[in-house]
Design a protein around this ligand. Structure first.
Ligand code: IMP
Ligand code: MG
Length: 180
């Protein structure tokens, strides 16, 4: 599998030091707030489990699943496939996400959670690709791990056709993989 990777963008060490930094910030900001961490499946699973393990206070976890209808990128519609398993009225929610790309999925998720009556909703994304942002999306992630260039990356939960999620680092695929 590794021979399909062109180069490594973020090593395991870079990933784990950033996760600890983000978890420390969250621990500082959310002490006494009983936050609900919401993960958007499935790319986030590695980041999610790493972050919550280093969060130092009581918290709860939940997941939701959305799907995007890829027409053209700008018309991509997002739909909720699996909602939360609990009432979020008055809760402080932190959405955890693998990568903030066009921002369409998180914009939808943010509005959905707000409409359910959450007291606050913030976004913590491991990767941010600001160059890809859809101009209609004004939402800003409060917590960002790494800002990366406009390249398609895999590993640490991120997939290409559902593969490569299990790589322990984040890498860029060789161009010929996409051409097959
Ligand atoms: P957005 O709605 O365009 O921000 O899309 C975010 C979702 O697209 C992420 O949760 C990923 O599932 C997927 N995605 C965006 N960029 C990449 C990438 O470089 N590699 C793998 N998946 C990506
Ligand atoms: Mg994906």
């Amino acid at each position: 599998m590794h021979d399909q990777i062109d180069h490594i963008l973020l090593t395991e060490d870079q990933i784990s030091s950033k996760v600890k930094e983000l978890a420390a910030q969250l621990s500082w900001d959310y002490e006494g707030k009983n936050p609900l961490f919401v993960g958007v499946l499935k790319g986030v699973v590695f980041f999610f489990s790493d972050i919550v393990r280093y969060f130092e206070h009581p918290c709860q976890l939940d997941f939701l699943r959305i799907s995007s209808y890829e027409g053209t990128e700008s018309s991509g519609q997002v739909k909720m496939v699996q909602g939360l398993s609990q009432d979020v009225t008055g809760r402080h929610i932190v959405i955890l996400e693998d990568v903030f790309d066009t921002g369409k999925s998180l914009d939808f998720t943010y509005n959905y959670l707000k409409s359910l009556g959450a007291a606050s909703v913030e976004i913590c994304t491991f990767l941010d690709k600001p160059e890809r942002r859809n101009p209609e999306v004004t939402l800003q992630p409060k917590y960002v791990g790494y800002v990366i260039p406009n390249e398609f990356v895999v590993g640490y939960g991120l997939d290409y056709n559902e593969y490569f999620r299990n790589l322990p680092y984040i890498g860029v695929l060789k161009p010929e993989i996409y051409e097959n």
